[in-house]
Design a protein around this ligand. Structure first.
Ligand code: ZN
Length: 446
């Protein structure tokens, strides 16, 4: 059977964009219902769970005979991030317009094109009476952009039995980093947010001699934190180097922790995005992003703090974070108070997680890619940011970011557009991605 063209995926994507499920507040039920009616048109039953007013998640399933592994399309989120300046867009960010081979709009890349192609591949398989060995599950969720508490996390909490799966494929990956070398996401970094505060002694700003100024201490702390080098591991870069078939010298440059700083500074000029990525994949990162101190210009400040965005590698826990913050602060550590920023919802914290980079399933993903890009190979990467994969990994699933971009798409272009201005995805990418999902399910579950 030849699957139909991706026209349906394109119009489904446009509709999801037009639904404008900006989180906050999300209101994703609208898009969940859009998916539900697309399934209904083909007689596919689905269940919708409302996790909060106007928020919800959908699950559908093609039941297997029970003698094989289960695979999930998802968790795939329908919420999108806000648009900062709609006027700077070439097209209305919620038009979902198709222009010059691209579908335009907020969420096109992150990740509505995946929702649309997964739904369509699921329908195709249902339409042709596909009988999988293990269940094929479709899970569409809310709230990923705010941590997933009402989406994938909510499903794990409230209906763990329904979403249990051996394997899952969802957003990210699919980008060619060199001809025939296509990324997939095998894991993700964790997120920790910490506040470091200092106290001084209030006094008159006219006589600062010998004063104990909280802002002065803080500024030294910020400098120390930003210059600190946490321990480097090249484990995850090693997987990348292997996937890229790098020559001996290049591999050494990337996987030897003594040479890595030189490699990064060379890369920085030529391929800044790659340099940032490689840096983030090799260590915990600390970014001091909010500072606050002082109340009045003629008063020596008594209190000052910095809020840090910290990203951890799989296996690095809270103790690891705190001990390195203390090291970074050096002589200031004893005076500093390190705590969670007030109002930080626990949901913004997560641990890094990863799935195997080599397995029968990874081979099946690679076969699906090779049908479209002859000789193509998959290269595993750890995502610098958190995704919903961690929720299903917690339940024992091996979860991957897997899709297939038009190989012509430049990597930098993608990094700029996701969450950015003029976000758009090519129709060709929709076609390719729908096909890899379709063939992956048929091959692995068939
Ligand atoms: Zn996303």
């Amino acid at each position: 059977m030849v699957y139909s063209s991706s026209d349906e995926a394109v119009s489904l994507l446009s509709e999801l964009i037009q639904n404008e499920c900006v989180n906050p507040p999300g209101n994703e039920l609208k898009s969940v219902r859009t998916v539900q009616s697309a399934l209904q048109e083909h007689g596919i039953e689905s269940r919708v769970f409302e996790s909060a007013p106007n928020r919800g998640n959908l699950i559908a399933r093609i039941s297997g005979s029970g003698d094989g592994p289960t695979l999930m399309f998802g968790p795939s989120h329908v919420d999108v991030v806000p648009v900062e300046d709609a006027d700077s867009w070439e097209e209305d960010p919620f038009s979902g317009i198709v222009k010059e081979g691209y579908v335009w709009g907020r969420g096109a890349l992150d990740m509505l094109f995946i929702v649309a192609t997964q739904v369509r591949a699921f329908i195709e398989l249902h339409e042709e009476g596909f009988q999988p060995r293990g269940d094929l599950i479709l899970l569409v969720v809310s709230d990923e952009e705010a941590g997933g508490t009402l989406g994938a996390g909510w499903m794990v909490e409230n209906h763990p039995e329904l979403i249990r799966t051996d394997y899952a494929v969802t957003e990210a990956g699919g980008v060619s980093i060199s001809p025939g070398k296509i990324l997939f996401m095998a894991g993700e970094k964790g997120v920790a947010r910490k506040r470091v505060s200092f106290r001084g002694k209030a006094g008159h700003g006219s006589m600062p001699y010998g004063s104990d100024n909280a802002v002065v201490k803080l500024s030294e702390a910020v400098t120390r934190l930003s210059r600190y080098d946490p321990p480097v591991t090249t484990e995850h870069l090693g997987h990348v180097a292997q996937g890229l078939d790098l020559g001996f010298v290049q591999r050494l440059m990337l996987t030897n922790s003594w040479l890595l700083p030189i490699t990064l500074s060379r890369l920085e000029g030529r391929e800044p995005v790659m340099a940032m990525l490689m840096h983030g994949l090799s260590r915990m990162t600390i970014s001091p992003n909010i500072v606050h101190g002082g109340v009045k210009v003629n008063v020596i400040p008594e209190k000052a703090y910095v809020d840090l965005d910290i990203r951890t590698l799989p296996g690095q826990d809270e103790d690891y974070v705190i001990s390195h913050l203390r090291k970074a602060l050096g002589p200031l550590a004893d005076e500093a108070v390190i705590e969670d920023p007030p109002g930080t919802e626990k949901r913004l914290m997560s641990f890094g997680s990863a799935s195997p980079t080599q397995s029968e399933f990874v081979d099946a993903m690679e076969r699906a890619v090779r049908r479209e890009i002859p000789g193509g190979t998959l290269v595993p990467l750890i995502m610098p940011a958190a995704s919903d994969c961690r929720h299903v990994r917690k339940q024992g699933a091996e979860a991957y970011g897997f899709s297939l971009f038009d190989p012509e798409t430049p990597t930098n272009h993608l990094a700029d557009l996701a969450h950015g201005t003029n976000e758009r995805v090519s129709v060709r990418t929709l076609e390719l991605t729908q096909r890899v999902y379709y063939h992956l399910a048929k091959d692995f579950l068939g």
